[in-house]
Design a protein around this ligand. Structure first.
Ligand SMILES: *[C@@H]1O[C@H](CO)[C@@H](O)[C@H](O)[C@H]1NC(C)=O
Ligand SMILES: *[C@@H]1O[C@H](CO)[C@@H](O)[C@H](O)[C@H]1NC(C)=O
Ligand SMILES: *[C@@H]1O[C@H](CO)[C@@H](O)[C@H](O)[C@H]1NC(C)=O
Ligand SMILES: *[C@@H]1O[C@H](CO)[C@@H](O)[C@H](O)[C@H]1NC(C)=O
Ligand SMILES: *[C@@H]1O[C@H](CO)[C@@H](O)[C@H](O)[C@H]1NC(C)=O
Ligand SMILES: *[C@@H]1O[C@H](CO)[C@@H](O)[C@H](O)[C@H]1NC(C)=O
Ligand SMILES: *[C@@H]1O[C@H](CO)[C@@H](O)[C@H](O)[C@H]1NC(C)=O
Ligand SMILES: *[C@@H]1O[C@H](CO)[C@@H](O)[C@H](O)[C@H]1NC(C)=O
Length: 723
């Protein structure tokens, strides 16, 4: 038996089969724990070793953390270390701490290892929960598909999760399986808040109502199930079969392993604004996406950069859940942004670990969403594989240089969707996919939309010899969400936008239409168009892109008398997503179009032209926290608008210019609507002259971004014990 000790009192017991109960309770506060395992290792003498790390959450100093220790006769400790403080808050405002300890045990059974730890007490919480459970259960069988022991799902959380009551919609947890198994997350106990549900396949907790203000405790268990039938053989010669997991059948065979994950979630008093980037921090590039897998090598410095912004407040700290000896260096920038660089140099005994790193950005009022990445520790890499990613408007292409990766074979590589095949020639292995095939995932990373996929090596079913190198190449195409469209009396033919097909690009067209059907735009060569003062003008913006599942949002539109959108003489038509012009009428359109109608007008003075510029944003459809979903924001922070201009155009394509025609409109100048417009809250834009105007706007800027991926993981599939 293995038990845990604190500096204060022994309070809980970790049992290895044969199971035995023995619990000592104390009144210490338990804020949650996560376990992460190294691959099972077989020593030369044939005994199996299980090495694991445990991260314990706390408040204050984390001085009284528990450590695991075997009791004679039940398991053999081959190594253990006291927990070491890995992160703590720098301010006195919100206090948290996390520590990490390590233990290595030898199971005394050929089939499974049970780490079972229960104790008391959770801190005072909304549901009055006291007893907690920790640990897990591991299968010690050798897998027929990976030719190695099963690997346990990787998970972790930061020490202190907190969110304003009105901002809590969901909490994504880390559930990464190194073998590519299906991970299922379940509530470990039946008494669960009725206002939360758990998406067990996504490992995401979702709110179905407002959670009570206060501390909520969560106890989850993560299970890994095979996606294909797998045979397991044990050291005593016995074997068993595990059937492939079927999400839909509802019938599940026993998982390979079960790992507990416990944490607390503090529901804070409501915030006045939940839009990410204002009070709630939002991540900016180059922050890693949730679930990213990074590689680190023994003896080499590994760095992780995290950037976040909360324009209405100040980011006071970042919470980190990471390994021992990881240094955090935070810098605060202007406009409510801040960044942190995590530095970690893995030691030899970290080799082959899959280390979870989770982080959040902290403000006094709130916390950003939590993201977690996995760091795979491999031997120092002498060679690095070369991969090149090309993004076009409709697809991405990845090519791997065969010379840079020994023994690489296209038949043992697959993408997120294994049914997608790769092609090859003498020098390269290539794959091309559109953004909605081959398992490509869309992610909304604050200011960019990112399409991600991954190439992984797998074992061919009939391979006898196990391939020792494992390849994992993540690649992505990213697109800025915001582009300013400004009128310049130039027409942009959307077909032109894709001439640079080697780059990730998308474009917008902004055109004038004949009528409210918005079916026929006025052709370029038909310009100049005659518009009578006060006549309706039909305009439409189209996002020209084949990105799936995106929504176009028009954040602002303003009119200026020349092609400078920053002209001090201007008139707001749409501002912060709110309609400012009383004659404005929106017409229904699909999610990537925006059709509207305006009554034509003219600037007072010697101006006979009107230019219109709009700022548009693309968001992931259905993402409730996106700018698109927020719509009209009446009280935006001053900074928001400026940051929109960060992603201005890189280049534009144009035709034109256009001439202006004047027409006497004396007879048509009526009263009603003209007055309305005069009375609207414009400072400088007014109508009144007898002459017509032209409203012409066309534009299209495309932004071009490309990211190259050069990640190749070379973790070995078999991990043998050192020494
Ligand atoms: C535990 O370790 C000791 C010393 O390494 C060894 O003598 C003993 O046989 C081990 N016990 C078991 C049950 O493996
Ligand atoms: C741990 O022990 C408790 C109480 O005996 C039991 O309910 C639970 O299922 C056990 N957990 C594991 C993972 O075996
Ligand atoms: C598992 O073993 C059985 C019996 O040896 C065999 O029939 C079956 O095909 C094996 N399954 C897999 C997935 O290897
Ligand atoms: C596993 O089984 C083998 C063969 O039956 C036996 O010699 C060995 O002691 C067992 N190992 C453990 C840890 O029980
Ligand atoms: C922290 O980062 C800043 C800016 O990158 C650098 O000047 C400073 O030396 C770093 N401090 C430490 C302790 O690494
Ligand atoms: C903060 O934001 C400004 C403007 O958005 C940017 O120029 C600056 O580089 C950012 N600083 C940091 C540390 O991220
Ligand atoms: C193989 O394909 C790549 C990518 O399309 C290309 O760059 C390379 O020249 C091709 N090599 C040969 C030998 O055709
Ligand atoms: C688009 O979104 C819908 C609903 O969110 C989803 O069912 C569908 O799979 C998505 N399609 C793609 C290609 O991502």
């Amino acid at each position: 038996m293995c038990s845990r000790e604190s500096t204060m009192a022994k309070r809980a017991i970790l049992m290895l089969l044969p199971t035995l109960l023995g619990i000592a309770l104390t009144q210490e506060n338990f804020y949650g724990e996560s376990l992460s395992f190294r691959s099972l290792q077989k020593k030369k003498d044939g005994t199996v070793q299980v090495s694991f790390y445990y991260r314990e959450n706390g408040r204050g100093s984390c001085k009284d953390q528990l450590s695991y220790r075997c009791e004679i006769g039940y398991c053999n400790n081959t190594e253990d270390s006291k927990p070491v403080l890995t992160d703590s808050s720098s301010s006195a405002h919100e206090q948290w701490c996390q520590s990490e300890g390590q233990a290595r045990v030898a199971p005394l059974n050929n089939h499974s290892l049970v780490l079972n730890d229960t104790g008391c007490c959770w801190p005072p919480n909304v549901h009055g929960k006291t007893k907690w459970m920790a640990g897990g259960k591991l299968d010690l069988g050798y897998r027929s598909d990976t030719h190695t022991y099963n690997k346990i799902p990787v998970t972790a959380t930061v020490a202190y999760l907190r969110v304003p009551q009105n901002c809590f919609t969901k909490l994504r947890l880390l559930a990464y399986d190194p073998d590519g198994d299906h991970v299922r997350c379940l509530f470990a106990s039946t008494s669960v808040d009725s206002k939360v549900t758990l998406d067990e396949n996504e490992c995401t907790i979702k709110a179905t109502g407002l959670l009570d203000v206060g501390l909520h405790v969560f106890e989850l268990v993560l299970e890994d199930h095979p996606k294909r039938d797998v045979n397991l053989t044990y050291d005593d010669g016995s074997s068993s079969e595990k059937k492939a997991f079927n999400i839909h059948s509802g019938i599940h065979s026993t998982p390979f392993s079960q790992i507990y994950l416990q944490f607390t979630l503090q529901i804070l008093y409501p915030a006045h604004n939940c839009i990410a980037g204002h009070v709630v921090p939002q991540y900016l590039l180059p922050t890693a996406s949730h679930g990213d897998v990074r590689q680190a090598s023994v003896g080499e410095r590994f760095q992780l950069h995290i950037h976040a912004q909360a324009s209405e407040t100040k980011i006071m700290d970042f919470q980190i859940s990471g390994p021992q000896n990881m240094a955090k260096n935070m810098t605060t920038g202007t406009l409510g942004n801040a960044s942190v660089i995590l530095n970690w140099t893995p030691a030899l005994n970290d080799l082959y670990r899959l280390v979870p790193i989770c982080f959040t950005a902290e403000t006094y009022e709130s916390q950003s969403e939590m993201r977690c990445v996995i760091v795979m520790v491999t031997r120092s890499s002498t060679s690095e594989g070369k991969a090149l990613v090309k993004c076009s408007a409709t697809q991405m292409t990845v090519s791997l240089e065969k010379d840079s990766m020994d023994g690489i074979d296209k038949n043992s590589l697959n993408m997120n969707d294994p049914s997608c095949s790769m092609s090859s020639n003498d020098t390269h292995i290539m794959a091309t996919m559109s953004f909605n095939t081959c398992g490509t995932k869309l992610e909304d990373n604050g200011n960019f939309l990112i399409f991600k996929n991954e190439i992984n090596s797998f074992e061919l079913p009939d391979t006898v010899i196990t391939r020792r190198r494992r390849i994992k190449i993540g690649f992505s195409c990213q697109f800025p969400k915001t582009v300013s469209i400004s009128g310049s009396y130039q027409l942009h033919n959307s077909d032109n936008i894709f001439t640079e097909s080697s780059f990730g690009s998308f474009g917008y067209t902004f055109g004038i239409f004949k009528d409210s059907s918005f079916a026929h735009s006025i052709a370029t060569d038909a310009y100049p168009m005659e518009v009578k003062l006060l006549d309706p003008v039909f305009m439409g913006i189209r996002a020209v892109s084949e990105l799936p599942n995106i929504t176009l949002f028009v954040e602002s539109c303003k009119a200026t008398p020349d092609d400078n959108p920053e002209n001090s003489i201007s008139y707001n038509i749409i501002q912060n997503g709110c309609v400012m012009d009383e004659t404005f009428e929106a017409h229904t359109s699909d999610p990537t179009s925006f059709n509207f109608e305006l009554q034509s007008f003219k600037f007072v003075g010697d101006f006979d032209q009107v230019y219109i510029s709009c700022s548009v944003i693309l968001c992931e459809t259905g993402n409730p926290t996106s700018r698109c979903a927020q719509g009209c924001v009446t009280n935006p922070p001053k900074i928001f608008k400026r940051s929109l201009h960060k992603e201005t155009a890189i280049h534009s394509i144009s035709t034109g210019p256009l001439k202006l025609i004047r027409e006497d409109l004396r007879a048509t100048v009526g009263a009603g609507k003209l007055k309305a417009l005069l009375g609207s809250n414009t400072s400088s834009a007014v109508l009144g002259s007898l002459f017509t105007i032209t409203v012409l706007v066309l534009a299209g800027f495309i932004a071009v971004y490309v990211r190259k991926s050069k990640t190749v993981d070379r973790a070995t599939l078999i991990t043998e014990c050192e020494g």
